[in-house]
Design a protein around this ligand. Structure first.
Ligand code: GDP
Length: 296
């Protein structure tokens, strides 16, 4: 189920409820069950879906709503608010300031789109007059530096990395220092996404983070990973202080529910979404317009 389908299913459930002559407990339950089914099919975590259902029922207490109340509107609003709440952890992420050096560390599994997203993020800010720079601290994957170098060169963004140095912490620190001296205001550190053992990957993330002291750690997640999103996001959050999420490949046949789970696991907002392989296929993510669009 792609996101548009999820939105369609939820809208239909709301429409059916609205068409009922009288909105009673049974009609409301049917509507909520339909929405629950749609969310579960879109890979949203069961616990989150249950919470949403309970919250809506708490807000929409049909017995307490006098006859004059517009029950349809109240229910619709409650559903909209709960969907927004699932995507909004309630506190904004760190926002870098132009002209003041910020270190942004990217983490995520290999294949999530991390390296591509680092360049997109840099390019997005460069177009707005920032002075970004890219550091390749992925010494594990052969070819990682070449990929970042290629992307950076195409976008005319300065980069730092090494073909011979095997210590990611050292490269990260050197890269950050170099670009601070060059007055770059957005120093982006790309990290490894894979290791021989998972524990080693998380330990490496912890060390890179400790050594570079990033202002923001962004967790990059492929939108198609579905139910696995919660555990994956939580595992990164336990090693480094993830402060924002970027969901990639939203142009594909993603189920989309993973994004909701990643927000829940990291208690961090989604700040951008990737919508294609190209550098400018990258959008700022805003919860309310997104949910409005989702619901059509
Ligand atoms: P990394 O291993 O996490 O660094 O992932 P890469 O940046 O190498 O990306 C893996 C693949 O996903 C590449 O083929 C990218 O072109 C592709 N990719 C990244 N972001 C997006 C996106 O938003 N949409 C699509 N369709 N492909 C993407």
């Amino acid at each position: 189920m792609v996101l548009a389908q999820l939105g369609g299913s939820i809208s239909r459930a709301i429409q059916q409820m609205s068409n009922a002559t009288i909105i009673d407990e049974k009609v409301l339950n049917e509507c909520l069950n339909e929405i629950t089914r749609a969310l579960l099919q879109a890979d949203v975590q069961f616990k989150l879906v249950r919470e949403m259902q309970t919250n809506i029922k708490k807000i929409v207490n049909l017995d307490d709503l006098a006859a004059g109340h517009n029950k349809r509107r109240i229910i619709q609003q409650a559903i909209f608010n709960e969907l927004c709440k699932m995507l909004d952890p309630g506190k904004p992420s760190f926002t870098p300031k132009k002209g003041k050096p910020s270190v942004i560390m990217f983490v995520g599994l290999q294949g999530s789109g991390k390296t591509t997203t680092c360049t997109k993020y840099a390019y997005y800010h460069q177009k707005k007059g920032w002075k970004p720079a890219l550091v390749c601290a992925d010494t594990f994957r052969a070819g990682a530096f070449d990929q970042l170098k290629q992307n950076a060169t195409k976008a005319k963004i300065p980069f730092y990395g090494s073909y011979t140095e095997s210590d990611p912490v050292r490269i990260a620190v050197e890269g950050v220092e170099t670009f601070k001296k060059e007055n770059c205001d957005l120093i982006i550190v790309d990290t490894s996404g894979r290791h021989k053992q998972e524990a080693a990957l998380f330990e490496e993330m912890r060390q890179v983070s400790e050594a570079t002291n990033p202002d923001l750690v962004i967790f990059v997640m492929d939108s198609s990973i579905g139910q696995a999103a919660f555990d994956q996001a939580q595992a990164f959050k336990q090693s480094v202080s993830v402060g924002a999420v970027i969901v990639t490949k939203m142009d594909g046949h993603a189920k989309g529910g993973g994004a909701l789970s990643a927000v829940a696991a990291t208690k961090s907002p989604v700040i951008f979404i990737g919508t294609g392989e190209h550098m400018d296929e990258f959008e700022v993510f805003d919860v309310k317009p997104f949910v409005s669009r989702l619901l059509g």
